[in-house]
Design a protein around this ligand. Structure first.
Ligand code: ZN
Length: 254
C-alpha cells in the first residue's frame, strides 16, 4: 500500500551501506520508522528532505516490517534555525524529546501541531526559552502526567504552596512539607503563575510573557526533573544547552 503524509523528521541514522533509517513524526500516524534506500548516493533527491527537524511531504510504501520512503518534497527547512547553533540545538532537543517519549504509531495530532508551531517560532523569532518550556509541559501532559500546580496534592488546599514533589506529581503546601517526607523542587509564585499559562499560550503570547531569570531557571530545572522522572532517561542534549547558558537567558521579540 502506498500513502503520503507531511512529516517532521525526528532523526535519521545509517542503515546498511547505502540506506538510512528515518524516524518521522506525522500528524495522522504518529511516530513512524521508515527506510530510505540509496540515500547516501550524491544524486539522491531525498537527501535534502530527510535531515533532522525538516518538515517534508513524504511518500511511503508499507513494507512487511518497515515502511519504505519512495519520494519526498521539502516543505520547510527552517533555514534560520540551522544557521544559529543555539536554535539548532533547541530544535534537535525537541526531536530528541519526541524520539524518547513517543510510542510508534500512536497518533498525537495536537502534539504534532505544537511541534510544528514551536519549530516555526524558533526559526522566525528570537530564542525564547518559554517556547521550550511550553513544549516540555505539553509533552508531559500528552504523556498523561499533568502536574498539579494549583493545590497541595497531599491536603488539597491552595495556600502556601512551597515546592513540587515528583513522586506525588504536584505541589506541596508548607504545612504538609513539615512532615519531612517530601523532597521538594522549589517553585516560586511567579513560576507557578507562568506555568499555569504556558499550556495554552500561543507563540505570540509567549513573546509578551515576562519572566525573571530566577523563574526561568526554576522552570527549566523543574521541567527537566519532571520529564526525566517520568521518562527515566537522561537527555544528553540538555547538557549541551546548559553550556550556552548566558544567551539562554535572552528573550528576544521577533
Ligand atoms: Zn498540604
Amino acid at each position: 500500500m502506498y500513502y503520503n503524509a507531511p512529516v517532521i523528521i525526528i532523526k535519521s541514522i545509517d542503515f546498511g551501506e547505502a540506506d538510512k533509517l528515518v524516524t518521522v513524526f506525522s500528524e495522522q500516524y504518529g511516530k513512524l520508522r521508515a527506510v530510505a534506500r540509496g540515500i547516501k548516493k550524491p544524486k539522491s533527491s531525498l537527501r535534502s528532505c530527510l535531515q533532522p527537524f525538516c518538515y517534508s511531504q513524504l511518500h511511503f510504501y508499507q513494507g512487511r516490517d518497515l515502511e519504505l520512503i519512495t519520494q519526498g518534497r521539502l516543505l520547510d527547512f527552517f533555514g534560520n534555525a540551522r544557521e544559529d547553533l543555539e536554535k539548532t540545538l533547541y530544535s534537535v532537543y525537541l526531536m530528541e524529546l519526541l524520539d524518547k517519549s513517543l510510542m510508534d504509531r500512536m497518533p498525537a495530532p495536537e502534539l504534532f501541531r505544537l511541534t510544528l508551531d514551536t519549530l516555526r517560532a524558533i526559526n522566525h523569532g528570537g530564542l525564547n526559552p518559554l517556547l521550550i518550556r511550553r513544549f516540555e509541559l505539553n509533552l508531559a501532559i500528552h504523556l498523561g502526567y499533568r502536574p498539579v500546580l494549583d493545590q497541595c496534592v497531599a491536603c488539597g488546599q491552595n495556600q502556601d504552596l512551597t515546592g513540587f514533589n515528583l513522586a506525588e506529581g504536584g505541589m506541596i503546601c508548607r504545612k504538609c512539607a513539615t512532615a519531612d517526607t517530601y523532597r521538594l523542587i522549589p517553585l516560586s509564585g511567579e513560576c507557578l503563575a507562568i506555568l499555569r499559562q504556558l499550556e495554552k499560550a500561543s507563540s505570540a503570547m509567549l513573546t509578551r510573557l515576562r519572566a525573571s531569570d530566577t523563574a526561568l531557571d526554576q522552570m527549566e530545572h523543574f521541567l527537566e526533573q519532571y520529564l526525566e522522572y517520568f521518562l527515566e532517561r537522561q537527555f544528553k542534549l540538555k547538557e549541551t544547552i546548559r553550556y550556552l547558558k548566558p544567551s539562554r537567558r535572552r528573550i528576544d521579540n521577533p
